[in-house]
Design a protein around this ligand. Structure first.
Ligand code: DGY
Length: 428
């Protein structure tokens, strides 16, 4: 790509972010997702930081202004009334001053804040913003360990597929079979009015998503009770990799601003997590697998969740083994990294997290590979990602076989990742 082409793409990406900007938060995309989403916002802030540092800090601060008293940071903040999304605030009924959902999402705030902090041109502004965010992110990390690893296994569980961000991954199929559907209140989906139903989760999956929401609501959203009371408890290596990376990154920022106790706690959490992660390694698949904590078994499925630990920082040997697996996956399709093994019979090229490639996971995987010294494959993933943009625009995700755009259009985090890829030489 010429540098002129790159500049055009950069400008288009900024335009997408500005169009989705609601002043103090950014919607993932018009229509399909009309509120603030947790990990979308943290990743979007990375893109914003390249043209408006102050706005980038605000994005994350707005999210954390809605942190629960127990430390949880919800996956959706319903800043405005809108019936364009289901399930809306009334279904969650979390009784918060500004309505929020009652579950969380992948913790990438610690990672994003370190990036913002290290690359800040305005250091005084950065230190000021980092000060309060570090305390809040630490409280969230503490919440994870207390509530999602209550028996001290070193890794945290998700209690709802929506928490993983990989809503309909094959990884959850067996665990979701244990979730009943009796008693699910009648509902009308909105997502399938904004996006092609063939690109979205199925009704059978939605019924179970809703059952879990009703079940947790019936328990008064009491986080101390939900883990043991949930029929769905899965340890996702990808989710844990993000928590580990965020803990390690938060520790660095905490040290830089003199919060040494927070730094030590988060470094210890990251170390404990890295050690525990090794129990999810599969010699047969040459990657990590999910653990179904209710069944006490590893889930026999090779998804992108098991590649994301490269983002956590692994020892040299494991990193090399995982890099080789990632390379095979990228070579198996035209536009990787696919979210599901393409040779698996359950692979679906266009259905959300059952096959499509996503720029956010490409970004995290490329970052982890580069940090571990696997530069060639990292660069290949960046090139493929930029090819997708030129070919198909700023889509939510892409068919890894044809590169076709899928899901929602003009997507904030896709645009933010493009800005990151184009400006990565500025990274700390
Ligand atoms: C959705 O509604 O598709 C989201 O992934 C849930 O947060």
């Amino acid at each position: 790509m010429t540098s002129d082409e790159n500049e055009t793409i950069f400008e288009e990406a900024v335009e997408v972010l500005r169009a989705n900007d609601r002043g103090i938060y950014t919607v993932p995309t018009e229509g399909l997702y009309p509120f603030q989403w947790n990990w979308d916002s943290c990743l979007t802030a990375l893109g914003q930081s390249h043209y408006d540092e102050r706005r980038a800090w605000t994005e994350i601060e707005t999210l954390f202004a809605h942190q629960w008293p127990d430390g949880m940071v919800p996956h959706i903040v319903f800043h405005v009334a809108s019936d364009g999304y289901f399930p809306g605030a009334g279904v969650w009924a979390t009784n918060r001053p500004v309505p929020t959902s009652g579950i969380t999402q992948p913790p990438v705030a610690g990672f994003a804040v370190k990036r913002l902090f290290m690359r800040a041109r305005n250091k005084a502004l950065a230190a000021q913003h980092a000060k309060s965010l570090v305390l809040k992110i630490d409280a969230w990390h503490h919440w994870f360990h207390a509530n999602r690893d209550p028996h001290g296994e070193g890794l945290v569980a998700i209690l709802h597929p929506w928490e993983s961000g990989r809503d309909n991954s094959v990884d959850w199929d067996a665990a979701l079979e244990r979730v009943p559907t009796e008693g699910v209140e009648p509902y009308t989906r909105r997502d399938t009015q904004h996006a092609d139903p063939a690109h979205r989760p199925t009704k059978a999956q939605y019924d179970r998503y809703l059952w879990l929401v009703q079940h947790f609501r019936g328990l008064g959203w009491n986080n101390a009770r939900l883990h043991d009371a949930s029929p769905f408890r899965v340890v996702d290596p990808g989710f844990n990799a993000m928590l580990i990376r965020s803990s390690a990154d938060l520790a660095d920022v905490a040290d830089a601003i003199g919060e040494h106790r927070i730094a030590a706690d988060n470094r210890a959490r990251a170390e404990e997590g890295r050690a525990a992660l090794d129990e999810l390694w599969s010699d047969r698949h040459r990657q990590y697998l999910c653990l179904d904590r209710v069944a006490g078994e590893l889930v026999d499925n090779a998804s992108i969740g098991g590649l994301l630990p490269i983002f956590a920082g692994l020892d040299t040997g494991r990193a090399a083994e995982l890099a080789a697996t990632i390379e095979r996956q990228v070579e198996a399709v035209s536009y990787g990294v696919p979210s599901e093994l393409p040779t698996d019979r359950r692979f679906e090229a266009k259905r959300y997290w059952r096959g499509p490639s996503w720029l956010i996971t490409n970004y995290m995987i490329a970052d982890g590979l580069a940090t571990a010294g696997h530069h060639a494959i990292a660069e290949r993933i960046v090139d493929v990602s930029l090819d997708l943009i030129r070919r198909s625009g700023f889509a939510e995700y892409y068919d890894p076989l044809t590169g076709e755009p899928c899901g929602g259009g003009r997507f904030s985090w896709t645009a933010a990742m493009v800005i990151e890829f184009l400006r990565r030489q500025h990274d700390a």
